[in-house]
Design a protein around this ligand. Sequence first.
Ligand SMILES: Cc1cc2nc3c(=O)[nH]c(=O)nc-3n(C[C@H](O)[C@H](O)[C@H](O)COP(=O)(O)OP(=O)(O)OC[C@H]3O[C@@H](n4cnc5c(N)ncnc54)[C@H](O)[C@@H]3O)c2cc1C
Length: 319
Amino acid sequence: MSNAQHFKVAIIGGGPAGIGVAVGLAKRGVGPVVLIERRTEIGGTPMGYRKKPGGVPTFVEWTRGRVVFGEELAGRLAKRLALTDTAIRLSTQVTKIDPAEKRLTLLGQEGVCDITADAVVLTAGAREQTPAEKGWLAGARTSRVGFTRHLTGWLDGHGLLPARKPVVVGSDLIAYSAAAKMRDAGSDEPVMIDQRRGPSAGLFERFFFRRWTRPDWPGGVTAVEIKGDRYFVGIKSNDGKEWPGDGVIICGELVPNTELALLGGLAVELPSRQLQLARGQALSQPGWFAAGNVLGGFHGAQWCYFNGRRVARTVSHFL
Ligand SMILES: Cc1cc2nc3c(=O)[nH]c(=O)nc-3n(C[C@H](O)[C@H](O)[C@H](O)COP(=O)(O)OP(=O)(O)OC[C@H]3O[C@@H](n4cnc5c(N)ncnc54)[C@H](O)[C@@H]3O)c2cc1C
């Protein structure tokens, strides 16, 4: 006999989308609901973008027509969650799912346990694709080479600027946000390396970041190797040129965080890693749903919150 705790709905991930689902379910009187978050606090990716004087706010709060720090926006959403009866399990990772039984295996401070639910919503967000996944960028991996998420940890988390002369690989919105953060913290204007002729960030986005950064843009250059040692790290490009610096920030493309779904046998398209969706953001097994950036498409935090609210309606109809 199973002694797994049972919930009406289990939500995997405590970012804006997961919060939206929990708030939406509470408004419909659905319970008990559990929200599982592997980090130590609620709020998801925006929580890493801390508020500091003179810093770079990069999250658009379109209901108020303002640009704010991720932490501010996530904090406001988390307050709405606190008004509900949702059971919140922090520092707890969902390590395995059994879609047919709607059973989740959780690894937390108290060890491993299983829970079951009548419906499960996957709101695990997106992550940067690693160079290994993309199949490029050989060479050095020193402490001065990192992804945007590392930069956020160093800079927003600990106030540490990883490079005075940074080279940024990639040219999307996140690359501009990384460049702006480093400039604001006192770095030189970064060199931005991308194989495209023009930056992949749109005109409006580049205009937004002009206040902080106007990166050097060689354009049409493919990064093939990270060259360097402990102090000097730069990029070698396909034309044999070197772009020296003292740190490299790699802005990988975003991919949906669907490993758990893949491992559990939910239908996921490869190589895009997109979840296969039926109506109302239902997944391939009955009782499984998804919301937010795990769906791909990569929207802002507030969009993900409202998307979660919408999915809560579908879930309540299913129940
Ligand atoms: C690197 C990066 C930078 C970004 N920068 C910006 C920006 O500057 N401005 C902007 O507007 N938007 C930015 N975004 C987009 C922003 O992340 C989204 O707007 C929003 O956070 C998506 O909400 P979400 O709830 O779908 O996912 P997330 O906010 O990513 O939340 C997902 C949550 O699920 C948790 N989780 C995942 N797997 C598990 C598991 N197995 N068990 C338990 N918990 C789990 C994660 O810890 C996380 O807290 C960025 C995204 C990324 C990835």
